[in-house]
Ligand binder design. Structure first.
Ligand SMILES: Cc1cc2nc3c(=O)[nH]c(=O)nc-3n(C[C@H](O)[C@H](O)[C@H](O)COP(=O)(O)OP(=O)(O)OC[C@H]3O[C@@H](n4cnc5c(N)ncnc54)[C@H](O)[C@@H]3O)c2cc1C
Length: 463
């Protein structure tokens, strides 16, 4: 029995699987599933284990998809890429760039596997672009029962709408073809503003190709980021040595090391958090800047050190109400909260379990850093944020931390039952389950019993 503990990236969750499989091709994957079927073990899949969630944890069988990572084909003319799910976005971006193509949108990082990103509705920002799951043109899925399903051969509703964003609960996505775009650069302008000004003029801001902002609680300031797509050029980083030293000083010494050290002190003295936020707003988010670079470098940024993140999608028209109520909540409850609160915008889609299903959406994400692994107080704040977002019709980002149970979420998904029926059809014994699926997908009674197996006990480390 392997003794290996698996942790998610924020080390908030862990598990000790009885059996870990690491397939490198479809034949191995099929064999491994066959051997799992001979046992009563439940099963989960893990990509990069980056999700700030227990969704990929299992104390029974775990299939690690990170070695199943080939770029199968790039069709430059049709602008598609076919990949195995364990390929990282970083690897895909490199292959696409070599073919003068690019992902139409990215989130903040590229370390994730495409399988994990698509299974969870990972998103970037831009009201004319959907989440990464909406880029899926077709998928091949191997069910736990050993059947191959090709979404191209299914009708659209059950095929892509059900399977593209599956939370790892329908089967093993073994191949994905994604629609991509021609390579592009982004001209980005960043500048400080007030929350009032941004919310009053939100409509015009949403006209940018990509737009997001960070609200800095306690400093009560906003840092805006707006981007316009441009033709690609091969630029080179011609920084002088003085500019490089300056960048190291700002980005590594001040923004990373000093910030982490100050947050560490604040875990003993939470009252200094507002001062840290004001200091950071002054140091980091004060001077407007313009940059021009390839889309990957412009979309992504350094997310610094370990963190817990709780992010919700709400109907876009509720954005002003949500942010003003969130600001009031922090003030009234006297919470001392880390910065920033990230606000992004995503186009609505038809995917059954997409937080953007049927509506253009605003994503609001709150954060609690764990400097040098030290836990700050954040549970009460996160719970209040969840209540507020629920009251506004919010749906949680599946891959981030949230404690709201599925029965409170299901009502806001018109296709919840369609997904459950598809799940029952493809995984009739509910093998693809763990503490996350029990809490989120099975909080309403299942109409057939899962196989008897080990208790599902992946625990938050700090509970
Ligand atoms: C620092 C940081 C920044 C982030 N920034 C963003 C952001 O900007 N926008 C955003 O939306 N999200 C963001 N995320 C969330 C991240 O994109 C998701 O958590 C993503 O799922 C992580 O990919 P992974 O490969 O680690 O997946 P894992 O965490 O390993 O798995 C996630 C889910 O995918 C399932 N899965 C994995 N592979 C397969 C497969 N082959 N078939 C079926 N199911 C599968 C797993 O079972 C699990 O349920 C961020 C996360 C971190 C840690």
């Amino acid at each position: 029995m392997p003794k290996e503990m698996i942790y998610n990236e924020s080390r908030q969750f862990s598990c000790r699987p009885k059996k870990i499989f690491v397939p490198e091709n479809t034949a191995e994957l099929a064999q491994q599933l066959e051997s799992i079927r001979k046992t009563s073990m439940s099963l989960r899949l893990v990509g990069g284990a980056l999700s700030p969630s227990d969704m990929a944890m299992s104390n029974d069988a775990l299939i690690r998809m990170d070695q199943f990572n080939k770029i199968t084909h790039i069709n430059q003319k049709n602008r598609t890429i076919t990949v195995q799910p364990g390929a990282t976005l970083h690897k895909m971006n490199q292959a696409l760039a070599a073919a003068n193509l690019a992902m139409p949108v990215l989130g903040s990082i590229t370390k994730q596997t495409i399988g994990g990103a698509v299974a969870t509705g990972t998103h970037g920002t831009g009201i004319n672009v959907g989440s990464l799951s909406t880029l899926v043109a077709s998928a091949r899925l191997l069910t736990v029962e050993g059947d191959w399903i090709d979404t191209e051969k299914l009708d659209k509703t059950e095929g892509l709408n059900g399977i593209a964003l599956s939370l790892g609960s329908l089967g093993i996505v073994a191949e994905l073809t994604l629609n991509v775009s021609d390579a592009f650069n982004l001209s980005v302008t960043e500048a400080p503003n007030t929350l009032e000004n941004v919310l009053e003029n939100l409509q015009e801001r949403l006209l940018y190709d990509h737009y997001r902002f960070w609200y800095i609680p306690h400093a009560d300031r906003v840092w805006e980021w707006q981007a316009t797509r441009c033709a690609p050029t091969k630029g080179s980083d011609n920084l002088t040595i003085v500019q490089r030293l300056r960048r190291w000083y700002d980005e590594k010494l001040i923004n990373y090391h000093c910030f982490q050290f100050l947050l560490y002190i604040s875990t003993h003295m939470p009252s200094i958090v507002p001062a840290i936020n004001r200091w950071t707003a002054q140091k980091r988010f004060n001077t407007p800047k313009n940059t021009f670079n390839d889309s990957v470098s412009q979309f992504t940024f350094d997310c610094l050190f370990q963190q817990h993140v709780n992010e919700w999608s709400i109907p876009i028209e509720k954005t002003p109400q949500a942010l003003t109520q969130l600001r009031d909540l922090i003030a009234h409850k006297g919470y001392k909260v880390h910065m920033p609160i990230e606000v992004r915008f995503v186009k609505g889609d038809d995917l059954w379990l997409s937080p953007c299903q049927g509506r253009d959406s605003c994503y609001i994400g709150v954060i609690a850093y764990t400097p040098y692994g030290k836990q700050p107080e954040y549970q009460a704040y996160f719970q209040d944020v969840e209540k507020l977002m629920l009251s506004l019709g919010g749906r949680p980002h599946w891959a981030k931390y949230f404690s709201t149970e599925g029965d409170k979420i299901a009502a806001s998904y018109p296709h919840w039952q369609d997904f459950q029926m598809l799940r029952k059809k493809l995984d009739p014994h509910y093998r693809l389950r763990n503490a996350f699926t029990e809490r989120v997908l099975d909080s309403q009674p299942l109409d057939s019993q899962p196989l008897d197996s080990q208790p599902l006990d992946s625990q938050p480390l700090d509970s």
